[in-house]
Design a protein around this ligand. Structure first.
Ligand SMILES: [Zn+2]
Length: 234
């Protein structure tokens, strides 16, 4: 038996993390990240791009820095260009047309929403897979409602997406559902259910009927409201 450890030496030093694996969640630690030599990070942001790129079917790439706005007010956290996102369906992916530049956190929110809500709703309503979203305003350095003053838009930081139409696989019935002008009751039902599900998946969901600026598209964003639990859906 070794002699007991003298009390004045204190507890044995715990091993430090040798490396930070970006694909793993940040380990729980009591010391600040700096003490371990790691760069400070946003909570939960660790390895977001790597994790999304690793999903089979996702077509995502880091946005080229030279294409991003220099203005600090329009800085995008982990900017990615999103061409397609994986869903559980026969087609396997949903394309975003044209590919928007989003923050990685927003790309992740869109990815989860398509897989869990929109694709199953399309199958349920039309017995067809969702193939693509026609989108706009992924990233644009501007103020809200294009005003010359006031707060910057959620689009400025890549935290928002505007959806103009949902494209389904070809076949009987309509294969494009336009947010501005659904062709019939099934399309209206699909849009209503999609919009309701967006209210849970994002912080804000605004569409036709909420105001003139959203008459032809569904706006979703992950900008936090006054409290993390408060959402804004109209
Ligand atoms: Zn918008």
């Amino acid at each position: 038996m070794p002699p007991p450890r003298p009390a004045e030496l204190g507890a044995p030093e715990k091993p430090r993390h040798e490396r930070i694996d970006p694909s793993q969640p940040e380990p729980q630690r009591s010391q600040p990240a700096q003490e371990l030599g790691a760069a400070p990070r946003e909570p939960g942001a660790a390895g977001c791009i790597d994790a999304l790129m690793a999903v089979q079917g996702n077509r995502i790439r880091p946005a080229p820095p030279e294409q991003l706005p220099r203005d600090q007010a329009c800085r995008i956290e982990e900017a990615v260009v999103v061409e397609a996102l994986a869903v559980r369906s026969s087609s396997g992916t949903v394309a975003l047309v044209p590919p928007p530049t989003l923050s990685c956190a927003m790309a992740k929110a869109v990815s989860g929403w398509l897989d869990i809500a929109v694709q199953p709703l399309a199958r349920g309503q039309f017995e067809k897979d969702l193939l693509a979203l026609q989108v706009g305003g992924g990233q644009e350095c501007r103020r809200r409602n294009r005003a010359s003053a006031g707060p910057f838009s959620e689009h400025a930081t890549g935290e928002a997406l505007d959806i103009f139409a949902f494209r389904l696989e070809p076949g009987a019935g309509s294969s494009e559902i336009r947010v501005a002008k659904p062709d019939g009751l099934p399309q209206e039902r699909f849009l209503a259910a999609t919009r309701q599900s967006a209210c849970g998946a994002f912080m804000t969901a605004l569409g036709p009927g909420s105001d003139a600026a959203h008459a032809d598209h569904l706006h979703v964003d992950i900008q936090e409201r006054r409290s993390p639990a408060s959402r804004f859906c109209q």
